[in-house]
Ligand binder design. Structure first.
Ligand code: MG
Length: 165
């Protein structure tokens, strides 16, 4: 019953994903969560962020960042990353994932989703059949209370997930 929250793969960070393997499988567009996936909560994009996105784009992927956060937070980040963006995404609603795929010109089979939360990020991607990779959150210190509560549930679901593997 928890399957709908399971990631297809887990990785330590966005830098530990085998993107070329996804390229070989036909993936052409990647949707990234921002907060705690690419940078700490509310942190701006850095030199490393820009370099990371240059690498991803050089491989041949198009990218879109997606966030439940505000446009003021998301737009400048996306601009530095050279990425499309969706703000106020209200993940796990399907609408915002569809919007991101429209920007990318991809469908669920040719899209990859990367995020740090099961109940929003992974659940939303799975509802549309988009392959998804769960990364470890960059920093837990800045989590607000509701996120901290979700992390507890997620920890429990992940235990089930690992046990079934
Ligand atoms: Mg996040």
């Amino acid at each position: 019953m928890w399957k709908r929250f399971y990631p297809d793969e887990r990785a330590k960070s966005v830098r530990d994903i085998d993107y070329e393997a996804f390229l070989r499988r036909g993936v052409r567009g990647i949707i990234f969560d921002i907060d705690n996936t690419l940078v700490p909560q509310d942190a701006p994009a850095t030199e490393e962020t820009e370099e990371f996105f240059r690498m991803i784009h050089a491989l041949g992927f198009r990218t879109c960042v997606i966030s439940n956060n505000t446009e003021e937070r998301v737009k400048p980040f996306a601009e530095r990353a050279g990425s499309e963006y969706v703000f106020h995404a209200r993940k796990p609603l399907k609408r915002s994932y569809r919007k991101a795929m429209a920007f990318l010109g991809t469908d669920p089979q040719t899209t990859l989703f990367v995020g740090d939360q099961l109940l929003t990020d992974m659940f939303g991607a799975r509802r549309l059949g988009i392959p998804c990779v769960l990364v470890e959150p960059i920093s837990l210190k800045s989590d607000i209370a509701t996120v901290r509560f979700k992390r507890k549930i997620e920890k429990w679901i992940l235990k089930e997930y690992e046990a079934k593997k």
